[in-house]
Design a protein around this ligand. Structure first.
Ligand code: FES
Ligand code: FES
Length: 172
């Protein structure tokens, strides 16, 4: 019989108490145990970014993280960023700029995009540090590089960059 573990985690503002197999990833916890299927499983190996969620204010690949590591944490998924009637500005900008085609990568792209603008604003170092003082524009290397862990097989990259630039500009 597999070992289980009790766990409390706050997801999209709601505390959830679970007892899980210790090997359960955060991604499977969200999708299989909490019914939050907005977060997508692309590779399950940390290579595509489809599973990106925000934990305690920082984006992570939820497929690479065990739920057991997140006791007491605050997790935000695409379902917690906005609602159909009250979209997050980044969600609205993705729609306006056509930042997706099939949509499979989109929840991860949006969670990353929200975090990337926060990282740039806060001066969080990246391995590029091309132009961290410049405002994020659609051609800004720093912004694009920080999004490079989110793969889009439909190739919506330039529209994603435009959506992000618009949100950044509106906030400046
Ligand atoms: Fe997590 Fe691809 S599913 S990085
Ligand atoms: Fe299809 Fe990105 S919109 S993979």
């Amino acid at each position: 019989k597999p070992a289980t573990l009790p766990l409390s985690v706050t997801v999209n503002g709601k505390r959830r108490d679970l007892t899980l197999d210790t090997r359960t990833t955060l991604l499977d916890t969200l999708r299989e145990h909490l019914g939050l299927t907005g977060t997508k499983k692309g590779c399950d190996h940390g290579q595509c970014g489809a599973c990106t969620v925000i934990v305690n204010g920082t984006r992570i690949n939820s497929c690479l993280s065990l739920a057991a590591q997140h006791h007491g944490d605050e997790v935000t998924t695409i379902e917690g960023l906005g609602t159909p009637d009250n979209l997050h500005p980044m969600q609205a900008a993705f729609i306006k700029h056509d930042g997706y085609q099939c949509g499979y990568c989109t929840p991860g792209q949006i969670c990353s995009a929200v975090s990337v603008l926060r990282e740039i604003k806060a001066g969080v170092p990246s391995h590029v540090q091309a132009d961290i003082t410049a405002a994020p524009t659609a051609t800004n290397i720093e912004m694009r590089e920080r999004m490079s862990g989110n793969i889009c097989r439909c190739g919506a990259y330039s529209n994603i960059a435009e959506a992000m630039a618009e949100v950044a500009e509106a906030r400046a």
